[in-house]
Write a protein of this length. Structure first.
Length: 342
């Protein structure tokens, strides 16, 4: 019986080995299978690499740093109206022409800076059966040098000149001459004219805004034509002494004062809308606070296209030397404007 079991076990082992051998040696059909290796696209260089030095000539850049920046604006506007004799809605034929020139140059190097700004404005209107009248007339020239003390503070010195181009008149109707329009001379070039020197500190947190605090300011008033002195039309006589008996009228005056000047440079506040503003406060040391002078200039410009724009100019002035009340002027124009460089 034992021998039978041993024979049966040996038979089972041999059958299992045969079965396993057949599984491990299953034939695979490889006919038709071909593995091809792609050739490398990179060239293979056989041999040693040799390097030859090449001399490169040095390149000299002949350029200079320009520390100056300039900008020029020229504007021309024309307004005209005409009516037929039988125009029942009423109206008067008129022609108005105006122009302006703004020039600004700025120098900046390290902690030193210099800025010069010129603003020239002139315009006239002529209505039928009336005298010609000015719509704008100003000469403004400001020069400022600065030394940077910190990120936003500067020590500055400035010289400013202001006057006008043409004669200015007070217009009225003379009842003694059939209400014919006449005019009395009240101002002209250098009558008056102003020259202001100032030193102090300037606060400039951003390029387009600054405030000058002129602790030491001197202002000279010039009256080169005494024919302008008319106490009826100019009660303050621009701060100058009128004729007193045989004593001639005063033609020059010097004042010492404290001055604050804030400027908001031409900055885009909306799409194609630019704002320029300048406020000046002049406080004389030798007079009461009621003689403090204030002047605010505002210009709002909207660009229609590359060359055409609409401009609104406004001026508010309080100066008891010229008039005891607040003076104001406003001008709206549609015209052509050019800026260089663009």
């Amino acid at each position: 019986m034992k021998s039978f079991n041993i024979c049966l076990l040996l038979s089972f082992i041999s059958v299992s080995s045969l079965f396993a051998q057949e599984i491990d040696t299953i034939p695979i059909e490889t006919k038709g299978l071909e593995i091809k290796l792609k050739r490398s696209p990179l060239p293979v260089r056989v041999g040693a690499l040799t390097f030859k030095p090449i001399k490169i000539a040095p390149v000299v850049v002949d350029e200079k740093v320009n520390y100056w920046k300039t900008a020029t604006q020229i504007g021309i506007d024309v307004n005209q109206g005409a009516f037929s004799k039988n125009w029942r809605a009423g109206g008067v034929n008129s022609l108005a022409v105006g122009g302006l020139l703004n020039y600004k140059t700025a120098y900046s190097k390290e902690s030193y800076s210099f800025t010069s700004e010129v603003r020239l404005e002139y315009g006239k209107v002529k209505n039928k059966d009336q005298l010609q009248k000015k719509t704008r007339d100003r000469i403004f020239w400001d020069n400022k040098g600065g030394l940077q003390l910190s990120k936003s503070w500067y020590f500055f010195g400035s010289v400013t000149f202001e006057s006008q181009f043409d004669r200015g008149y007070f217009y009225y109707r003379d009842p003694a001459e059939n209400n014919v329009e006449k005019g009395d001379l009240i101002s002209k070039f250098m009558a008056p004219g102003y020259l202001t020197e100032s030193i102090g500190f300037e606060y400039k947190p951003v390029p387009y805004f600054s405030t000058r605090i002129g602790t030491g300011t001197a202002k000279q008033t010039f009256m080169l034509d005494t024919a302008v002195i008319n106490l009826t039309r100019n009660p303050g006589n621009f701060g100058l002494r009128p004729r007193q008996g045989t004593r001639p009228p005063q033609t020059f005056r010097n004042e010492l004062a404290f001055q604050v000047t804030s400027t908001f440079g031409e900055k885009q506040i909306f799409t194609n809308v630019f704002l320029y503003a300048r406020y000046n406060m002049f406080i004389p040391y030798d007079r009461k606070l009621e003689h403090v002078d204030h002047r605010l200039d505002l210009t709002l410009k909207s660009k229609i296209n590359k060359f055409m724009n609409v401009t609104i100019n406004g001026v508010g002035l309080f100066d008891k030397d010229s008039d005891p009340e607040v003076q104001a002027s406003q001008n709206l124009s549609l015209g052509f404007g050019f800026t260089f460089p663009r």
